[in-house]
Design a protein around this ligand. Sequence first.
Ligand code: NAG
Ligand code: NAG
Ligand code: NAG
Ligand code: NAG
Ligand code: CU
Length: 149
Amino acid sequence: MAGNPGASVALIGAFFVLVLLSSSPVTTIASKINVGGPVNWTFGFNYTDWALKSAPFYVNDTLVFKYDPPNSTTHAHSVYLAKDLRSFLACDMSRAQLAGDVMRGAGEGFQFVLRKRKTYFFVCGEKAGFHCSTGLMRFFVRPVRRCHV
Ligand SMILES: *[C@@H]1O[C@H](CO)[C@@H](O)[C@H](O)[C@H]1NC(C)=O
Ligand SMILES: *[C@@H]1O[C@H](CO)[C@@H](O)[C@H](O)[C@H]1NC(C)=O
Ligand SMILES: *[C@@H]1O[C@H](CO)[C@@H](O)[C@H](O)[C@H]1NC(C)=O
Ligand SMILES: *[C@@H]1O[C@H](CO)[C@@H](O)[C@H](O)[C@H]1NC(C)=O
Ligand SMILES: [Cu+2]
């Protein structure tokens, strides 16, 4: 490499092109995805299946959870992040972290940006895990980095 300045210049050039490609304009391509599609965030819909069919998800995509606030006729839903795969599979709410409470799903819905390249375990926290287990209100996503073509 040291004996070939042309190659070094080309490498440095390529580096700057990559830096340019990965800077701010990328964020504008991020999508907003309605969780569950037309059915929204509700009891008894298979969200694992939905997540499989909706993949891939990208870093900075926004997940939108729409659910009615509870009243005498509608059931409450919420959005929690399970701590790990084990508590996700067990629908163990004791270690889950609240992301969107029962009121947040109204109107435009509760919006959650997938900021990191890590696995997010989403569960509904209502009825001590009953919505998560029997209600199938759980799924996980692992956003990937968008490729620059
Ligand atoms: C995600 O968005 C943040 C803030 O807008 C930005 O700094 C970051 O580069 C973006 N990441 C990707 C992979 O687009
Ligand atoms: C999903 O949410 C949208 C917007 O809040 C609403 O118009 C639509 O009726 C909801 N779908 C169902 C099945 O409740
Ligand atoms: C939900 O969908 C997943 C993936 O398609 C499937 O493996 C699972 O059996 C389904 N669960 C139910 C209760 O239908
Ligand atoms: C409960 O909420 C639903 C959805 O927001 C609404 O359609 C319904 O009219 C409400 N019922 C009562 C009794 O407030
Ligand atoms: Cu629920």
